[in-house]
Design a protein around this ligand. Structure first.
Ligand code: ATP
Length: 299
């Protein structure tokens, strides 16, 4: 794994407003990295700084291990605000205009139109595109110069469920083609469905960072019951990979240590002659964890 973005102790103040406070962040090649947080938590400020459109008050960051020069930024494609397209020009004509501005050969257009699934509609005027198509064209325009990194701010805002699903699929397929993606979102569900890693911001402070799979695994609980609950509890407690246990209604709810699996626990219970009449593995959604994290974090 190589580091794509390294943010070190970054802060940004707007007068008295501390938009970002001592942010550290690591994004590795191939990550789909979600910056998650409620409105005003500093996501757009972070993206603005790493794209060089906002100046940090203090701290530093590097792209691909290098200082963030204009040359290095050529490897980054971004959509911070909806780009302006000409309504009466077709999708393809709009991309031609952008090619001229970015000094990218026109041969770059066909592959990006195919990537975002707009090739069949390339000759239709932009004004007739659905919101989802407009967003896909925006992504196509950001991909014209074949960047290594794509940055998106709230990529599914305002879209209908089908448009949302299309954009999410597109993000995953772009990442599968070897690109790194950094996106800001206030939608947990989005991060859970799309991202490999995420950081949670609250009032400009990072309150969590890690992999999505690990966060989900961390939230895994095993719920059990048996005709003899006391015997179940006694036997379960002797399982060496037990992290915690608690009673919830008439069930025993346990958490296992990392790497331990449910079948080993089940085998352990059977060997102790415990007969279960209920066993389910439950995962707390990232949404629930996120809300708990936000509630726990001190301002
Ligand atoms: N240009 C600015 N001038 C003054 N304050 C600003 C400016 N830009 C952002 N802020 C403030 O900085 C804080 C962080 O804002 P930011 O836009 O980065 O958050 P965000 O997480 O992207 O929120 P949203 O989802 O609403 O866009 C907020 O309190 C915001 O009001």
């Amino acid at each position: 794994m190589s580091t794509v973005l390294h943010i070190n102790n970054l802060s940004k103040n707007y007068g008295k407003v501390k938009a970002l406070q001592n942010l550290d962040l690591h994004v590795e090649k191939g990550n789909i990295y979600g910056l998650l947080g409620p409105n005003g938590s500093g996501k757009t400020t972070t993206l603005g700084i790493i794209l060089g459109v906002t100046n940090a008050s203090s701290g530093e960051y590097s792209w691909f291990g290098e200082a963030p020069t204009a040359q290095v930024r050529r490897k980054i494609g971004a959509i911070l605000e909806s780009p302006t397209f000409y309504p009466y020009l077709s999708g393809e004509q709009n991309l031609k205009v952008i090619c001229a501005i970015k000094q990218v050969p026109l041969t770059a257009i066909e592959p990006v139109l195919k990537m975002v699934n707009l090739f069949e509609r390339k000759d239709d005027p932009f004004k007739g595109y659905s919101l989802g198509m407009k967003q896909r064209l925006a992504i196509a325009s950001a991909m014209l110069a074949d960047p290594s990194v794509l940055i998106l701010d709230e990529p599914t805002n305002g879209l209908d469920p089908q448009g949302i699903a299309e954009i999410r699929e597109l993000i995953v397929s772009i990442a599968q083609s070897g690109k790194t993606i950094i996106l800001a979102s206030h939608l947990l569900d989005e991060v859970q469905k799309v991202c490999t890693h995420f950081a949670v911001l609250k009032r400009g402070k990072k309150i969590y960072a890690g992999s999505v799979n690990e966060a989900l695994a961390e939230s895994e609980t095993v719920e059990m019951s048996a005709p003899d609950m006391e015997a179940l509890l006694h036997r379960a407690q002797s399982f060496t990979h037990l992290k915690s246990f608690q009673h919830e209604n008439d069930k025993l709810v346990v958490k296992l240590e990392d790497g331990a699996n449910v079948s080993d626990l089940h085998k352990h219970l059977i060997e102790g002659n415990i007969v279960l009449n209920h066993l389910t593995v439950k995962r707390k959604s990232l949404e629930k964890q996120f809300l708990e994290l936000l509630a726990q974090a001190n301002d």
